[in-house]
Design a protein around this ligand. Structure first.
Ligand code: HEC
Ligand code: HEC
Length: 371
């Protein structure tokens, strides 16, 4: 009976898949994504009107490396999001096409499917919409979408758009969709930590303690923990999905000095100083750290969480109360980790580096690498 049900379910699912294919009328084969089961289901993370296809992915990849998207044909998305640096630029703040510095640090582009709000303060609600923003932003590529479309037409991109979307017309909507397909495929899931989760790697004693500490909420006198996994959740180590729940004030500033953060987007003062809790995948190769790149090393980050938390009205409760010591509300928050424990957590953070991700030829510049 159970077996019959299973077959029926399978049949139903394949019928549904066919039905979905019909409604979106894809022009190409569906795309194979290498997503481990412990990342959670992802089919509902891909919008129905923008499934990933090989042709769409390849067009997105070209656009990501296409200097024609910039004002003077000198800059690309990949200028600030470099594959070998896990799609960051290792600058505290990035420099745009006119040589002007921005206010924030370029973000790593990784496992973006499991995110609902993009950029540090969450201003962009979809990857499709986000993709059009840097093209026009005066401190990024600084070009109108009309000018970008005209240049792509002159460079004969029509065939690529036809292959990807079944129609040669170049529109900004399709540029956003193609870039988003490429970006959703940027999945990092072969770090040492993944190999450990799949039973293929034996962690060192320090790495093992680091994993425990990272994911444990401390209880003074009973359970030692680093509290990190309370905000950098699960094996993806990224913030919560629903709405702005993945945004927190992690105590880097006092009320007087803090940046607006999410407040700028919601207009709610209770959101002051809250930023997206980013994925920590490949974090060892993406210094400097935080939205303004203020910390140069993981040691500085750990010192911040251990003894540098600044109290403010919007400081996250998980940091106010999560400690290995009994917290006195009149004293600075002290997480109470030993030097060895800080080193152990850093050893775990190094386990999140994924050599395959940063060298995968599929994510590389298609104009210099045809693979
Ligand atoms: C001049 C450097 C620069 C260029 C060029 C650039 N970016 Fe970015 N990118 C950034 C910075 C800085 C941020 C953080 C912005 C913020 O928080 O306001 C960012 C954030 C993002 C994010 C958000 C990631 C997240 O987890 O929320 C995505 C996606 C992204 N960029 C994609 C692109 C694409 C696609 C292009 C090309 C069309 C591009 N970027 C061009 C610097 C750049
Ligand atoms: C209350 C939620 C919260 C907790 C707990 C927390 N973090 Fe964070 N973390 C954040 C937020 C939010 C940011 C981004 C803040 C910013 O850029 O201003 C962040 C940023 C970081 C960054 C920099 C990321 C980057 O791309 O620049 C690192 C590294 C980091 N956290 C590690 C840790 C470690 C290790 C722990 C445990 C000791 C921890 N976090 C605990 C919320 C949290």
């Amino acid at each position: 009976m159970i077996k019959n049900n299973a077959w029926f379910l399978l049949l139903l699912l394949s019928l549904m898949a066919c039905k979905q294919r019909e409604t979106i009328d894809p022009v190409a084969e569906t795309f194979e994504l290498n997503v481990p089961a412990y990342f959670g289901p992802y089919n509902d993370r891909i919008p129905e009107d923008n499934p990933i296809t090989e042709e769409g992915f390849q067009l997105g990849r070209k656009l990501f490396y296409e200097p024609r998207l910039s004002k003077d044909n000198t800059m690309t998305c990949s200028f600030c999001h470099q594959q070998e640096k896990a799609f960051t630029d290792r600058r505290a703040v990035s420099i745009g096409v006119d040589g002007l510095p921005g206010k924030v640090s370029a973000m790593s582009l990784v496992n973006l499917m499991w995110s609902d709000n993009f950029t540090w303060n969450g201003k962009d609600p979809s990857i499709e919409e986000q993709a059009l923003e840097p093209i026009q932003n005066p401190i990024e590529l600084h070009q109108s979408l009309e000018a970008a479309i005209e240049k792509l037409e002159q460079a004969n991109y029509q065939d690529d758009f036809e292959a990807a979307f079944g129609d040669p017309e170049i529109t900004s909507e399709k540029i956003g969709k193609a870039l988003a397909q490429f970006e959703r495929a940027l999945i990092s899931a072969n770090s040492k930590y993944d190999q450990y989760l799949r039973g293929e790697y034996q962690p060192t004693a320090s790495e093992r303690r680091g994993i425990e500490l990272f994911y444990t909420h401390p209880i003074p006198g009973q359970l030692r923990g680093g509290n990190c996994g309370d905000c950098h959740l699960g094996p993806r180590t990224s913030g919560a999905l629903e709405g702005f729940r993945g945004f927190h004030n992690n105590g880097i500033d006092s009320e007087e000095t803090m940046d607006a953060g999410l407040y700028e987007v919601t207009g709610n003062p209770a959101d002051s100083g809250k930023f997206k809790a980013p994925s920590l995948r490949n974090i060892a190769i993406t210094p400097p750290y935080m939205h303004d790149g203020r910390f140069k090393s993981l040691e500085e980050v750990l010192d911040h969480y251990n003894t540098g938390i600044k109290r403010s009205p919007t400081l996250d409760i998980l940091l106010k109360e999560g400690s290995n010591e009994i917290v006195n509300p009149n004293e600075p928050v002290d997480l109470g980790l030993t030097d060895q424990e800080k080193e152990d957590i850093i050893a775990f953070l190094h386990m999140l580096t994924d050599e395959d991700f940063v060298s995968n030829p599929r994510f590389s510049n298609p104009f210099t690498n045809a693979e």
